[in-house]
Design a protein around this ligand. Sequence first.
Ligand SMILES: C[S@@+](CC[C@H](N)C(=O)[O-])C[C@H]1O[C@@H](n2cnc3c(N)ncnc32)[C@H](O)[C@@H]1O
Length: 390
Amino acid sequence: VGETYFFRDSRQTDLIQRHLLPASAAERHGAPVEVWSAGCSTGEEAYTLAMLAAELGMGRGVRVLGTDLSARSIARAEGGLYGTWSLRGVSDTRRRAWFVTSGASYQVRPTVREAVRFRAANLLDGTADRFDIVVCRNVLIYLTAGAVRHAAHLLRDSLRPGGWLVTGASDPPIAVPGLERVQTPDGLAYHRAVEASAARSGPPAAPRRRARPSTGQTPPPVPAPAAPASPASPGPLTTEQPETAPQQGPQQQQPPGPAPAVLARRLGDAGRRAEALVTVERAVGVDPFDAELRYLAAILHLDGGEVSAAVDAARAALYLAPDLGVAHLVLGWAQAARGQDAAAARSYRAAARELAALDPDAGVPCDGQPAGHLAAVAARLALMAGGRAG
Ligand SMILES: C[S@@+](CC[C@H](N)C(=O)[O-])C[C@H]1O[C@@H](n2cnc3c(N)ncnc32)[C@H](O)[C@@H]1O
C-alpha cells in the first residue's frame, strides 16, 4: 500500500511545477506557499514537491507538510534516506542536485529537508491547517466510496480559496461543491473557488457511472495516436463545475476520430500496448468518470507486467461501475499475479456473480464475449485461487 517514488508521474509533476506552484506564488504575494502531501507514505512525494519548487527558484518560499496514517512510514520519511528503488526514473541531473550519496543510499539534501516537515495523521480526521496546494495521490483508491466522499469534503476544506488539489491518475474522481475540475494539457486538477465556496452546501454529486458496451466488430486498421502536447506550451486551463462536468468538457476536449476506448482497443489488438496506454491515459485525463477506460488501462498494465498499476486501474473501474464483471475478473488476475490468492478468489467470485446476472448469450459490457462463458471462467478461477489460498 505504501508504494511510492520520487518525481512519480511526470505529467502531474509538470502540472504542479508549471501551473500550480507559479499560480500559488502569485496568489501569496511573497508569503510562503503551503503545500500538503496527504498520504505521503515514506516521504518521497513531499520531498519531490519541495524539489519542484526549488527548481523554480522558490527555495524558502515554499513549505511542505507530509502526513500519513503510518507512524512507521513517517519516521522513515523524517530520516530522508532512500535506496535506488525510490529514485527509479530520476534523472542524473536531479540525483546530483537533490541528493547526497551515502554508500548505496541517497540522502535528501539539507536545503530540501528544511522545507519539509512530517506528521502522522489520518486524512479522515481533517486538519485545521490551510494550504495552497494539496497533493493526495494514490490514497483515495484504498478508501470506500463513502470515505472518499468524506475525504473529498475535508480536502476541499483544507484548501485556501483559490487553492489546488491534485489526486492520482488512478484515484476515483471526486465531486464536491466549491471544487472545480480544471483540465490542463498536463492533466486534471481541482480548484477551490475563490469566493463563496463555504456558502454552498448540500450532498456531493454522485460520480457518473458509465460503461460502454463493446461493438464486437472486426477492428479496422489502426491510426497513429494524437501527438502529445508540447511541453514548452502548457496552453490554457479550462474549468468545469463538478455538477455539469459529465455533460460538458469531455466532448469539447476529444480529438476527432474514433472514441479513445475504440482506438485503444485497436492499438492493443495490434500489439501496440504503449501507444494504447498513452491513448487511454490521455482520455482518462479528459474523462475521469469513464469506467471502460479504467478497465482498459488495467488490461494494458497487466499485459505489460505492471501489476500494481493494473490493480489500481481495476479498482478505479469498479469504483465507477461496481457491477462491471470483467473489471472484477482483471482485478483477480492482477491479484493472483501478486500471489494474493485469497483476494483473487474474492474478485473472481464477484466477477462470476456479476457475469452470471447477465443474459448468458449476450456480449458483456466492455468485452463482448458471451457472459455465460466468462461467468464459467470466473467461477473456475475462483475455485482454483480459493484452493491455493487454502
Ligand atoms: C500508495 S501510497 C501513496 C504515496 C504517495 N502519495 C504516492 O502517490 O506516491 C498510499 C499511502 O496512503 C496512506 N493512507 C491510507 N489511508 C490513509 C488515511 N486515511 N490517512 C492518511 N494516510 C493514509 C498509506 O499509509 C500509504 O502510505
